[in-house]
Ligand binder design. Structure first.
Ligand code: ATP
Length: 369
């Protein structure tokens, strides 16, 4: 429901900078996820918004009003954790009713509210059951009903599906998104699981070492990442170093350090001949060529290191010259390759992601911690 702004928000714990200079807006009714490796500052950001901790500097605005110094109970926020504190001696109805009773709601109001929210999360027929009689997903639903019944307008979800089985998790993701959109809530979700973030969110904030690297829609992150780290952390990509060797109005040519030449037709305008660049391509966007003799541009040749199934995809590792290797993903029905087979792959110009060579090198840009 509300729109939230973070303005130059930083949080330090002693000498540890947990988050630094966060500047972003969560739009009214938006489902936004924070995605990043362990320790990058995701939970700290949620706790700052909930009021459990206060920023070292900066402001947090709730529909334009500063809230950074308000205590948690004066913010209409519901916090959904991986493991809810569900009272074991109360049935599901009583668990949802309890905070309302504490707040002095009339019996009739408690009844109406609890029924409404138990129905919303699909627990209307399980209200009489005790926590020991239901599974982890229903406990989580009870927790969600409880924070919503209390009137939360913003939902903070911190790895909320961590305790759930894979299949149940997928259902729950759909369910949470439906609830958030139906009630027009604003939701902020923390996860280190990229597929979860991509499946559920309107936008995803990529975090690294306390900073926000990119905030964009899942499609934008996949097809147009602005940073090497986003391209690396969302989806899977290979990166090759090169130099811009030619430029005209329609494309540039990049020569990689291994001597392969690539035509690049996307987002090349700001690059100049001689610029040192990193060229990225998604592992699923490379095509294995069978009769390739005449092609000289946008190909890489190597030999197969391994070709194996991982889930429903085939992953083919390719050894290049100078000891480097890359990996591509193929559909399962493509011909299986043997170790040592010569292989040529093609990456179309429009599937190449181009980045400036990072000041501290590629390894540093890819580092997750
Ligand atoms: P995870 O996915 O592992 O939960 P995270 O991205 O949520 O990680 P945070 O929990 O926000 O990361 O932590 C960010 C940094 O701040 C880490 O270096 C962490 O050790 C540190 N930190 C967080 N809370 C405290 C605290 N109360 N005291 C000291 N350091 C803290």
């Amino acid at each position: 429901m509300p729109k939230i702004d973070f303005l130059n928000v930083s949080k330090q714990f002693g000498r540890i900078v947990a988050v630094k200079d966060l500047n972003f807006t969560i739009e009214d009714g938006e489902y936004l996820s924070f995605l990043g490796p362990s320790g990058c500052g995701k939970t700290t950001t949620l706790r700052l918004l909930s009021g459990l901790i206060l920023p070292t500097k900066g402001k947090i605005l709730w529909d334009g009003k500063p809230i950074q110094d308000l205590p948690p109970d004066l913010r209409d926020i519901g916090y959904v954790f991986q493991q809810f504190a569900i009272f074991p001696h109360m049935n599901l109805y009583e668990n949802v009713a309890y905070p309302l009773e504490v707040r002095g709601f009339s019996t009739i109001d408690v009844e109406e509210t609890v029924e409404e929210y138990l129905k919303l999360v699909g627990l209307e027929n399980k209200a009489h059951l005790f926590p020991r009689d239901v599974g982890a997903a229903d406990l989580q639903r009870t927790g969600v009903a409880r924070v919503l019944a209390r009137g939360a307008k913003v939902l903070l979800l911190d790895e909320p599906y961590g305790a759930l089985d894979f299949k149940v998790r997928e259902e729950f993701q759909d369910e949470m998104r439906r609830i958030v959109k139906e009630l027009k809530l604003t939701a902020i979700h923390v996860t280190h699981d990229q597929s979860e973030a991509m499946a559920i969110s309107d936008r995803v904030a990529i975090m690294k070492k306390g900073s926000m690297i990119q905030l964009a829609s899942p499609t934008e992150l996949l097809f147009n990442p602005s940073q090497i780290f986003s391209a690396h952390f969302v989806g899977e990509a290979n990166f090759l170093e090169g130099i811009v060797s030619e430029k005209n109005h329609e494309y540039i040519l990049v020569e990689t350090v291994d001597g392969w030449n690539f035509k690049v037709t996307r987002s090349f305008e700001s690059f100049l001949i001689g610029d040192r660049v990193i060229m990225g391509f998604r592992k699923g966007f490379a095509k294995v060529l069978t009769n390739n003799q005449e092609k000289v541009l946008n190909i890489i040749k190597g030999d197969v290191l391994s070709d194996r199934y991982l889930g429903e995809k085939r992953r083919t590792k390719i050894h290049l010259e100078f000891g480097r290797s890359i990996e591509i993903m193929q559909l399962p029905h493509e011909p299986v390759l043997a170790k040592g087979d010569a292989i040529t792959i093609e990456i179309l110009p429009e599937n190449i992601l181009l980045f400036r060579y990072p000041a501290r090198g590629l390894e540093d840009a890819l580092e997750v911690t």
